[in-house]
Every structure is written in C-alpha cells, then in structure tokens.
Design a binder for this molecule. Structure first.
Ligand SMILES: [Zn+2]
Length: 492
C-alpha cells in the first residue's frame, strides 16, 4: 500500500471529533469490541454493530496494519437492569428453562457465531469470556480497593464514583456531569448497600439461590458487568490500546465505568480512540422484543417475518447495512432491502463485465481518480456509503467502456479490477452469492485448480503445483491428497 494509510481519520467519541489515526505502536493496532451477552438469539441490531466493526477491522488490515482484534463473550455478571439490580440474565434463562447456565451460554454462543459467519464477518483474534477471567477481575477489584476508590460492604465491592471524580472526570466519555446525575437520580432503595446511586458494582455478593458464583476475598460472589471488559482488554491489549468499540448504548454507563476502573488502577486513560456504532430501527421504530417490533437474522434469511415481502440473503442484508455510515441510525424495511438487492446485483454484474472489457491502446478515463476515491471515502471515518457511491461511478465507467464510449488499456483494466475486487470483497466483505450460500461454484472452481495442479505435477513442474497448494492454504482452503484423488476442506 502506498501512503494511503497515513490519512486515515477516525471519529473519536472521547473528543467528539474526527482525528488523524496514529496507533500507539507503528503498524500495529489493538482493538477491543464489546461482544454479546449470550442469553438469547443475537438480534439484527447487534449484528449491525458487529458488521460495522468488521468493516473497520477489514479496512485496517487492508491498510496493512497488523491488528489484534479482541471481542469478548459476556457469560456472567450482566444483570437485568443497568443499576446492578435484578437477576443475572444467563442464570434467569437457565432457571426458566431448567438447564445449566453454561448450556444457555453454549447454545447462544453457537447461534452468535453461526449468524456472524453467515454475514461473512471475520472472527476476532481472541474471544475471551468473563467466566474465564474471574481471577483477573478479582485482581482488578483488589487494585481499585487499594487505590481508595472502592469500598467493601456486606460481601460486595462498589466503585466510589464521587471519590474518583475528585481527581478524575467521571463523564469524560458520555459528556454527563456527576452533579447532574446526582441531582436527577432517585434515592436508593432500602435494599441497596451502595453509598450513592451512581456507584457501580465491581463485585456482588451471591445470594444463596444465585447459581453462578465464585470464591473471592469478600466471600462467594460474581463480578460486576463493567469489570470483565477492563480485565480482558488490559490482559490482551495492555494498559493503553488504540481502539475500543461497541454499540452506542454502551457509551454510558458501561464504557464510562470501564474508563473509571482502568484509570483508578493504572492512572492513565486506557483507550486512545473510542468508537460507537449506531442502531438499527425497524419501520421507523426502535427494535424491541417486548413490542414485537423485532426481527431475527434467521427470519430475514428465510423471509418468515411478517414485515418482509420475501427472503433476503445475508450478503444483501450486509450490503444494505453498509450503505449507511456506521454512526448513522439505519432504518430497515422490506422496501429498503429490495432496493439494496437491486443495487447489489447491478454491482456484481458490473464486476463480471469488468473482467471481459475490450482493451484499448489508450485510456480515455483516469482510473486513479476512481481508486483514490475509494481510499478517500474509507479514510474519512470508514465512510462506506460514499465508498459504495464511488463504486457505482466505476460501474458507470465500466458500462461506457463496454459500449465504446470510453476506453481503457489492458493495464488499467487490470489495476481497476484489482482495486474494485479488493474493496468489494476484502473491505466491504461481500461475497458473490445473492441467493442461498451456494458451494457448487466453489466445487467447480476448485476442481479446475486441482486439475491444473495435477497436470503441473505430471509435467514435473513442482513449483507451480506447490504454489497452487500454498496459495489456497493461505486463503483458508486446504488440499488433501488421498487414494481417490485430491479433496479440499475450508479451515474457517
Ligand atoms: Zn464491554
């Protein structure tokens, strides 16, 4: 890549501005994204968040950054209400269904992975769980207690927000002021041990009926929800790292509390760039299970939700989402999906044309303007709708060349083709399927490659044969030679 990465600008929720992106360590990016609480099927709004960060991850990789992408699984500690009250979401589901909490976790983790694979999102490099990091979380609680910014009471430990705010700014991310929060909150219920309603749980005492519990210096209990992300991001990305992301709804209190926890133990701000992805609405209204204005990915793919006129492929849904900027609210409707499907098919059709365009001696159009347009869009805070608009400008050029109204040299066609393919497949993460995932084309394409490799071996051209095998392997396709010939398997 040329100097394209040097001009990447990212909107930082912490400063409220677009800033030039400079990683702490050159060419390396540490990125942490808050993952799902696995107590129910992942809904489409959550998928949009993870697709947004997949776009970001893919583009950083395209710019040749070496990225460590950590996305957690919350499998304990997330209570029904944000104010540290109510039952643990996973325990509650387990109780209602009379199964083990870990069965709940397993079921919905599998659903989450399956759905994100359908949307062609790349897996994170590390996917740690809250229950796998209880020891680390206890250590952080000890550290915050030692700093004097937490207090223990009746087997629970709470973060002392007012104490913290004396020397720090609680509200630095959300823009809220502690005085306003104190003014606007109702008084504590008689059952709470907190000194102040703004304080949040670092460790909660487990009542006798609470199934998910661990021993600690303060008795049997479980970690507060905000703690796991501080423990896991610090463990895998260090005390300071580049990007922390999540849905807009996590900005407060979750991310505000993460900053406070990390600041209390390390005396430094944990994250350089905070990024927040906006939500998906359905027919103009917030999606909510309770009102029925809700849609599951499986219903979208099968066309079984009454709000949809038909089924839509994961690829079309992904394309639809990427037509909006990740910081804008996006409204989903059947009409909008149908429009996206038409646009998507037009785009794919043009790629097919691009491969067979007539080659001329001279180019009448400047393809560098097109390619620079793709980079300019993505360097401007990952502006995928502008990128897609630029790609449609290229679609127009492709049609003009096809009809002889413009000309391109063979070299330009090749260069354009390479860039268009990189942006559509590697960066936007689209695949070629508009219908159900269809492996028959992959089978056909690979049988051609397997035959070519066989032929090369017969001709003792082992360099070519090995190259085919190695390059496929690098793309996640492993060839296996057996008695009955060569077969392949996909590593993902
Ligand atoms: Zn989190």
């Amino acid at each position: 890549m040329s100097d394209t990465s040097s001009s990447l600008h990212i909107f930082n929720s912490l400063s409220g501005k677009k800033e030039p992106f400079t990683p702490i360590e050159e060419k390396h990016v540490g990125m942490y994204v808050c993952g799902p609480t696995v107590y129910s099927n992942v809904h489409l709004g959550n998928c949009r968040t993870f697709i947004s960060f997949d776009l970001i991850y893919r583009y950083l990789k395209h710019l040749d950054y070496s990225v460590r992408y950590v996305r957690n699984i919350t499998d304990a500690g997330h209570l029904e209400h944000d104010a540290d009250e109510g039952e643990d979401r996973i325990s509650k589901k387990a109780r209602l269904e009379r199964i083990e909490p870990m069965e709940v976790v397993q079921r919905y983790t599998v659903d989450f992975h399956k759905t994100l694979v359908a949307f062609n999102t790349l897996p994170p490099n590390i996917e740690p769980t809250a229950t796998g990091h209880i020891i680390e979380q206890i250590e952080i609680v000890k550290g915050i207690l030692a700093s004097g910014m937490a207090y223990e009471i009746n087997g629970s430990v709470y973060f002392d927000v007012q104490k913290y705010n004396e020397s720090n700014n609680y509200g630095i991310l959300s823009g809220r002021k502690l005085e306003d929060m104190i003014h606007n909150t109702r008084s504590l219920s008689g059952q709470s041990d907190k000194r102040s309603p703004q304080d949040f749980a670092l460790w909660k005492k487990a009542e006798p009926q609470h199934i998910m519990r661990w021993p600690s210096p303060w008795g049997d209990g479980f970690p507060g929800w905000h703690l796991e992300c501080t423990a896991m991001s610090t463990k895998y990305l260090g005390e300071q790292f580049d990007i922390h992301g999540g849905g807009m709804d996590l900005k407060f209190p979750h991310h505000e509390c993460e900053i406070a926890q990390a600041q209390a133990i390390n005396q430094k701000s944990p994250v350089t760039t905070w990024m927040h992805a906006n939500m998906l609405t359905l027919n103009g209204k917030k999606m909510a299970k309770s009102t029925g204005n809700n849609i599951l990915p499986s219903e979208l793919f099968a066309g079984t939700n009454p709000v949809l006129s038909k089924a839509f492929s994961p690829d079309v849904a992904r394309f639809f989402m990427l037509q909006a900027h990740y910081r804008s609210v996006l409204d989903l409707s059947s009409d909008a999906l149908e429009a996206a499907e038409k646009g998507y098919e037009r785009l794919l059709h043009s790629i097919e044309l691009l491969a067979d365009l007539p080659k001329s001696k001279e180019s009448s159009a400047n393809i560098n303007d097109h390619i620079q347009g793709y980079y300019a869009a993505m360097n401007d805070d990952f502006n995928s709708p502008v990128l897609i608009a630029q790609l449609f400008e290229t679609v127009k050029l492709i049609h003009r060349v096809k009809q002889g109204e413009d000309t391109l040299t063979g070299t330009d066609i090749e260069k354009l083709s390479k860039a268009v393919n990189a942006f559509i497949f590697d960066v936007l993460g689209l695949t070629l399927t508009t219908k159900e995932q269809d492996n028959s084309y992959l089978d056909k394409a690979l049988s051609v490659l397997i035959d070519l490799r066989e032929q090369a071996r017969t001709n003792k051209d082992f360099a070519t044969a090995d190259r085919i095998r190695d390059e496929l392997l690098a793309k996640g396709i492993q060839l296996k030679d057996g008695k009955d010939g060569t077969t392949y398997s996909l590593s993902s």
